[in-house]
Design a binder for this molecule. Structure first.
Ligand code: PLP
Length: 456
């Protein structure tokens, strides 16, 4: 077996890591952590350290680690047929079955699912579908896409543009020209101190109206948003937000792309975030929870309304010129079928709802009166704690102090993985759906200890 220091050396010499401070890592200032195994909500590293993963990887291992029904399905599929493509009407039993399962779970107006590999590529697909749709409808100028500041939709060229976080734009020449950003629905950060949620919702809708008026509704094709802002800070929208936004979009004939990469398949305790907030998507983006990340697979779910136009487009122009080699990969599809069946069998969506409410209430009990805890918020099994220098004035810490990074590092010492969200002093929680009450208690106790150690 290879020694840990050998692996760390190879890692620094050869491995270009995702979302990593490259120079620090190359200098050996950040540790190489090699994860070896996992079971339920726990993972274990090569040193034998067992950690409770309160962020389910990257909020994706929804079914929990080490679920043999999923791994067996993957192995069986690999033995039987590891690969065939999905071009020109080809498929496998797994991909056809999974498509049916996805459409059965999706809102009633959804018609077909296109399978990709990542949330980013699914959103790239969605933008192409929107552009194609408007070209077929003979509206070639209606192409701009509105996203929100703090939205996260991936890190490709188009999807990195849609993402509304500075780190994903700076020095990459993004956002691209077709992308516009509007107000983040972030009541705690963006509303004036004397503004209630309803007034802030009205403000967000008015900002959107104003942007559409400035640009011209005939140039705007779609609006994209996550039901709950995820990577941008785990922020449920203010009361009435989605109703107000959908009214504006309908008025101007603007399509709605609901990015359900985090919220899809039960994270909020409902099948989709769209069910939770009463959204009527034209397109939906799915990934992560589709397979609980046991294999890479994503999807773009297309509504009846758009599907009819896509069909018309191919009658007029020939086959739909969009495909990946690995679209509907059989191993991913087999993982998806087994994962969704397992989640149903174990009642994990109901457990996510129950444990989400428990975790949020327990965090509020433990930290609600701490002078440097400004906001504790959540929906389903997705929640966050935000730190402030001054609660009453809602004054934030100097970002250079990286308070959330310090808190998360302290929690790790106590065996709990939480996520320091990339923008703002926010610690995020999104554990696997199989979380138990005693595991939730451990998360809360470690958070409280870490906050005390860092902030007193
Ligand atoms: N959309 C949302 C809401 C996400 O949270 C993510 C990833 O975290 C993506 C899209 C991009 O997915 P991927 O990292 O699989 O490309």
């Amino acid at each position: 077996m290879l020694r840990n220091d050998q692996l760390a050396e190879w890692d620094r010499e050869n491995f270009f890591h995702a979302s990593t401070h490259l120079a620090q890592h190359a200098r050996g200032e950040t540790p190489t952590r090699i994860i070896t195994t996992g079971s339920g909500v726990y993972i274990e590293d090569r040193d034998g350290t067992r950690l409770l993963d309160a962020f389910a990887g990257l909020y994706c291992v929804n079914a929990g680690y080490g679920q043999s029904e999923i791994t067996d399905a993957i192995a069986d599929q690999a033995r039987e047929l590891a690969y065939y493509h999905a071009y020109a009407g080809h498929g496998t039993e797994a991909s056809v079955t999974l498509a049916k399962m996805v459409i059965e779970r999706a809102p009633a107006n959804m018609s077909k699912v296109y399978f990709g590999l990542s949330g980013s590529d699914a959103n790239e697909t969605n933008i192409k579908l929107v552009w194609y749709y408007n070209n077929i409808l003979n509206r070639p100028q209606k192409k701009k896409i509105i996203s929100r500041w703090r939205g996260y939709h991936g890190s490709g060229l188009m999807t990195g543009s849609l993402t509304g976080l500075d780190l994903f734009h700076k020095k990459f020449d993004l956002p691209l020209s077709h992308v516009l950003h509007t107000q983040a629905p972030y009541y705690y950060h963006r509303a004036d101190l004397d503004m209630d949620e309803a007034a802030f919702t009205a403000h967000c809708a008015a900002e959107l109206e104003a942007l559409i008026a400035r640009e011209g509704a005939d140039t705007i094709a779609a609006f994209i948003g996550e039901p709950v802002l995820g990577t941008g800070g785990i922020v449920p929208p203010p009361a009435g937000y989605w109703d107000a936004i959908q009214a504006v979009l309908r008025k101007h004939d603007i399509l709605l792309i609901v990015d359900e990469v985090v919220t899809g398949f039960g994270r909020l305790g409902t099948p989709f975030g769209s069910d939770y907030y009463g959204l009527e998507p034209d397109l939906m983006t799915i990934a992560k929870g589709l397979t609980s990340a046991y294999a890479p697979l994503s999807g773009s779910i297309v509504s009846d309304k758009m599907w009819k136009v896509l069909e018309q487009g191919t009658d007029e122009n020939g086959a739909f010129g969009h495909g990946w080699t690995y679209s509907a990969h059989p191993i991913g599809a087999a993982a998806g079928v087994a994962n969704l069946n397992l989640i149903d069998k174990l009642g994990l969506v109901a457990n996510a709802e129950k444990m989400g409410a428990y975790l949020l209430a327990a965090l509020q009990d433990a930290l609600g009166t701490h002078p440097h805890v400004g906001d504790i918020r959540g929906a389903g099994l997705l929640c966050a704690v935000e730190f402030v220098e001054d609660r009453d004035a809602r004054a934030f810490f100097d970002p250079a102090r990286k308070i959330n990074v310090q808190v998360v590092a302290q929690m790790l010492q106590n065996g709990i993985i939480a996520r320091a969200m990339p923008q703002g002093d926010i610690v995020g929680f999104a554990p696997p759906f199989c979380l138990t009450q005693s595991e939730a208690d451990k998360i809360v106790a470690a958070t409280k200890d870490a906050v005390q150690a860092v902030l007193g």
